[in-house]
Design a binder for this molecule. Structure first.
Ligand code: SAM
Length: 380
């Protein structure tokens, strides 16, 4: 049976789920110049590192309970990249021009001693000797306990996912009955530890939490001003298990229309190329909000991101079907740093992914084709 025909409630074995080729070590090794360019002329600036495929939430749009249940085979500890392996690979990417590292998952705060990894990554410097923009995306459930240690280890910023302010809606969405108050306590702890501003990401699913757009905006404006920046994310067709449908997507244009009716807004200019969020300012000075429109306004043209999975596979697009097995090079081929550098240069040079743009133009079919990698495995 081919992968594309596997129904969503059947769990294929791990190797089928996450296909990855072992990259060949090129005969001529290109050294790092800090300036890679892919087949569409895009640089490599941002590396997202998934540190675990496990999560303590079961949001239906990401890790639905019916699929990720007690019998689901998460990766064994021995498959995960060690902190030393992650740091070694991160160093190669930084030499190639990456200046932003985001730790993600799964739920990254479930990985034990994460602050040790943060401290190791915080030591890295760009080719120009500058510290990296080191950040983390979390569901906030363990943040109240860990914010101080993460900050002290060198974390600079944090993004917290929160899909509703209404406790009943939030508990239903995370599907493990987790209360809003504990996530808000995590945000407060992050701010108290100096991780400011905190970005708060809300995935908007039409008919589920779209009534929470204005209450969320009001809460974060009034309680936090510019110390917290709320961003609304269009519900995406990542992975193959969430039963995504276009009529569940509420466009960013609709989000801005709802918000603008409550709080007059003004569009802000982008701060940097490749920025995922479009930024809007409250005209009354109450701070800003953002919208991330990867469904209705694909931003593939500027995409400068790569993703390293929990077990060391490199993915060049959130919607990828295939990865590149860097762990094999580290553990089995015992590749040198120069060889790893050459391999990453070669992989990036051939990158031509632009799934969202093709989907937007009707060329790629949402939910169709080969099984795509799951978001909890390569990280958000
Ligand atoms: N556990 C962490 C968290 O909750 O932030 C990090 C991993 S989670 C996969 C990263 C982000 O992806 C979260 O903000 C989550 O809401 C978002 N996400 C997951 N599935 C999504 C989807 N189908 N569409 C849009 N965003 C999604």
């Amino acid at each position: 049976m081919g992968e594309a025909s596997i129904p969503p409630n059947v769990i294929p074995i791990a190797d089928l789920r996450y296909r990855a080729a072992v990259p060949a070590i090129p005969a001529a090794l290109r050294p790092a110049t800090g300036q890679l360019s892919d087949a569409l002329g895009r640089p490599l600036r941002d590396l997202r590192i998934s540190v675990t495929d496990r999560c303590n939430f079961r949001c239906s749009y990401c890790m639905p309970k019916e699929v990720f249940d007690r019998d689901y085979a998460f990766l064994p500890q021995s498959s995960l990249l060690s902190f030393e392996e992650i740091t070694r690979l991160a160093k190669v990417f930084v030499a190639h021009g990456v200046h932003k590292l985001r730790l993600t998952g799964g739920e990254p705060l479930l990985r034990r001693h994460l602050e040790t990894l943060v401290a190791m990554l915080a030591e890295l410097r760009t080719p120009r000797g500058e510290p990296l923009d080191l950040t983390l995306t979390t569901n906030g459930s363990l943040l109240a306990k860990k914010a101080r240690a993460l900050h002290d280890a060198g974390l600079r910023r944090v993004t917290v996912s929160l899909d509703a302010l209404d406790d009943a809606i939030f508990r239903r969405m995370n599907d493990v009955d987790f209360p809003v108050a504990d996530v808000l306590a995590g945000i407060d702890a992050a701010l108290a530890a100096g991780l400011e501003p905190v970005k708060v990401n809300m995935v908007v699913k039409r008919g589920t939490n779209d009534g929470q757009i204005v209450p969320m905006a009001r809460h974060f404006r009034e309680q936090y001003g510019s110390a917290a920046v709320l961003r609304f994310i269009e519900y995406m067709d990542v992975g193959s298990t969430n039963g995504w449908r276009m009529d569940h997507v509420l466009s960013s244009a609709d989000v801005i229309a709802q918000l603008g009716a409550a709080f007059p807004l003004e569009l802000l200019a982008a701060q940097a190329a490749g920025e995922t969020a479009q930024r809007w300012r409250y005209l009354d000075g109450g701070g800003e909000v953002g919208v991330i429109s990867s469904v209705t306004q694909a931003f593939c043209r500027d995409c400068n991101r790569a993703r390293l999975s929990t077990e060391g596979r490199l993915y060049l697009c959130l919607f990828a079907t295939h990865g590149h097995d860097l762990r094999h090079l580290l553990r089995d081929a015992r590749a040198s740093d120069a060889e790893l550098t050459g391999v990453v240069a070669e992989i990036w040079a051939h990158r031509a992914d632009r799934y969202s743009e093709l989907r937007g133009r009707g060329i790629a079919q949402a939910g169709g084709g080969e099984r795509r990698v799951e978001m909890h495995y390569i990280g958000g």
